[in-house]
Design a protein around this ligand. Structure first.
Ligand code: FNR
Length: 321
């Protein structure tokens, strides 16, 4: 994988909590196959899948879906598709994993690694489900746990013939983040994605591009800068400001995936229709499609209108279309 001058679709998953008799959580996937293909069609060079937890992946088996022409990773003995990909994206799809354990991470990675371009370990998730599982930003929060981060990355690097990368957030001080980034680089990862916010920062707080620049200046491997790129022009601005090799974008793409197009953004409702069309073609989970469509509509502030209400009510693709 080449990480220079690339426009990168960020990993995106949402975890919803449901309290009914028992409290449980379920993942609403955003960066699924139709969304990744859509972003790539508009110009994304590298497309991350949604974060998938190693515990889920180790329960899966690889199945060829001859009807759709996809490779599905399905929970054994069920029809539950945890990850779906296809040959068309083999050279640009990155599988992002949430893990807190090197051995389990390796077992999980071995299941998907032949079908993806790279494997990324998410060390930056600040959400409570990740933190409580000792994953994501929890691994970066205590010095003694950083050892586990390095062990996970080294184990994957040594045992797999696949590109391995890592995504982090900023630590409290720029000096600490630079120190961490240097130690991660020594594990042999091919690139480091940096979300320019700290764990306690809210999404509306500005991303600290200057602290990403400090990391870039200290490493030899490519850095993928992430945070607050909302227009195509921001890609160059961000590269100039940080010195990063590539730029990663999440919300800007969720709201209008044609942000990756050098020709300029298409109207968001054109993009929305194309997204739903692809979801139907690739038999995407309807809950995930509805979540993504609602995010598009909310951002363009008309959820109260009839369309938003209709999306909420729709149970089938026929309704949604
Ligand atoms: C995210 N983010 C995220 N990060 C990650 O490493 N794995 C993930 O699964 C998710 N999930 C996720 C879902 C949604 C809906 C959003 C909006 C964000 C964080 C994301 O990848 C990115 O780091 C931040 O959103 C900052 O980038 P933007 O939004 O400023 O471009």
């Amino acid at each position: 994988m080449d990480y220079h001058n690339k426009l990168v679709l960020a990993p995106m998953v949402r975890v919803e909590f449901c309290t009914f008799i028992l409290t449980f959580s379920f993942a609403i996937l955003v960066g699924t196959l139709p969304f990744r293909l859509l972003a790539a069609e508009y110009g994304a060079d590298i497309t991350y899948g949604e974060e998938i937890i190693d515990h889920r992946l180790v329960k899966c088996e690889r199945r060829l879906n001859e009807i759709l022409g996809t490779i599905d990773f399905v929970v054994k003995g069920t029809k539950e598709v945890v990850f779906r990909t296809c040959c068309a994206e083999r050279n640009r799809v990155v599988f992002q994993m949430g893990t807190a354990d090197a051995i389990r991470a390796l077992s999980a990675a071995q299941i998907v690694c032949k079908d993806v371009a790279a494997l990324d370990i998410n060390m930056g998730c600040p959400k409570s489900f990740s933190l409580s599982g000792g994953m994501g930003a929890a691994l970066l929060s205590k010095p003694e746990l950083i050892h586990d981060v390095l062990l996970i990355l080294t184990t994957l690097r040594r045992n797999l013939d696949t590109t391995i990368t890592c995504k982090i957030r900023l630590l409290d001080s720029s000096q600490e983040t630079v120190e961490l980034a240097r130690r991660i680089e020594k594990t042999g990862v091919s690139a480091l994605a940096v979300h320019g916010r700290k764990v306690k920062d809210r999404p509306r707080d500005p991303a600290k591009w200057n602290e990403i620049a400090d990391i870039v200046a200290s490493l030899s491997i490519p850095v993928i800068a992430n945070g607050d790129a909302f227009e195509y022009e921001d890609f160059e601005r961000m590269k100039d400001a940080t010195g990063a090799s590539s730029v990663m974008i999440a919300r800007g793409a969720l709201w209008n995936a044609s942000i990756f197009s050098a020709k300029g953004k298409l109207p968001w409702d054109t993009v929305k229709k194309e997204y739903v069309r692809k979801c139907i073609l690739w038999d995407n989970d309807i809950k995930s499609t509805k979540y993504t469509v609602k995010e598009m509509i909310i951002h363009h502030s008309c959820l109260e209108l009839a369309e938003g209400k209709a999306v909420n009510k729709s149970d089938t693709y026929k309704d949604l279309a």
